[in-house]
Design a protein around this ligand. Structure first.
Ligand code: SF4
Length: 237
């Protein structure tokens, strides 16, 4: 059996290693599939559903579905783009994001996706939930207003024994992601910075480090999210 499989994404012929997840295989072929909960090196979860694609007629999450020979994948088609856009809008109205006052503005993947989908104002009513900002940890601020519960921090930030430093607390609509009271004490400066970098939004901020990169010079101030991947494709063509 060949190590590689051939498939199409929106009619473009692609090739990737057998078993590779669609989102990664697409990337290698210069095709960007947006995602928020997926993170390189961390086991995929398929939680945010933004990477939804249609595979052989069925909706699947691209971060958890491996490519297979002959697959027909639809991604940038109207109904799927609308679905992704709706998810982004719902995330905005469900929390309190207030982009202009956020330290992650310009580096935020949620904000960058809103720009990509040309969202000016969400179609849904803002909920303005009452959420807290926890500044009790010596190294980080955990702002629950901006948490989208993607679980990246829980999956990626672990101590030397592999235990998650972040954890869920409470249930249902009151659920929140917090620093584990015991393991959080082990958060080094490096791990604190990694936590902030892993978080796609501004829910984890390193203390005493604001505005090191000025607004206007941040990652998505200059390039649309996914444009680095799409650039690979343009270069190949
Ligand atoms: S703190 Fe950030 S990384 Fe962790 S679950 Fe919330 S949004 Fe995701």
């Amino acid at each position: 059996m060949s190590q590689f499989v051939k498939f199409t994404i929106d009619g473009t012929e692609c090739m990737a290693a057998r078993g590779q997840y669609i989102v990664d295989a697409a990337k290698e072929n210069g095709i960007y599939i947006p995602t928020l909960c997926n993170y390189p090196g961390v086991k995929p979860k398929g939680g945010c559903r933004i990477c939804t694609v249609r595979v052989n007629g069925r909706l699947m999450t691209a971060c958890t579905t491996p490519v297979a020979e002959g697959m027909t994948i639809e991604s940038e088609v109207h109904d799927i783009v609308e679905l992704r856009k709706s998810i982004v809008e719902l995330l905005f109205v469900e929390g309190n994001h207030f982009c202009p006052g956020c330290e992650k503005s310009g580096n935020c993947e949620l904000q960058a996706l809103a720009y990509r989908f040309r969202i000016m104002v969400p179609r849904f009513p803002f909920q303005f939930p009452l959420r807290r900002i926890d500044a009790s940890h010596p190294k980080i601020i955990k702002d629950q207003n901006r948490c989208i519960l993607c679980k990246r921090c829980i999956r990626a930030i672990r101590d030397e024994e592999g235990r998650s430093v972040f954890a869920y607390r409470r249930r249902s609509s009151r659920v929140e992601v917090v620093v584990d009271p015991k393991l959080g004490k082990q958060l080094t400066d490096e791990l604190a910075q990694k936590s902030m970098d892993v978080c796609p939004v501004g829910s984890i901020l390193v203390k005493e480090k604001g505005f090191i990169t000025p607004i206007g010079s941040r990652k998505y101030d200059h390039e649309a999210i996914g444009s680095d991947i799409e650039h690979i494709r343009m270069t190949k063509i």
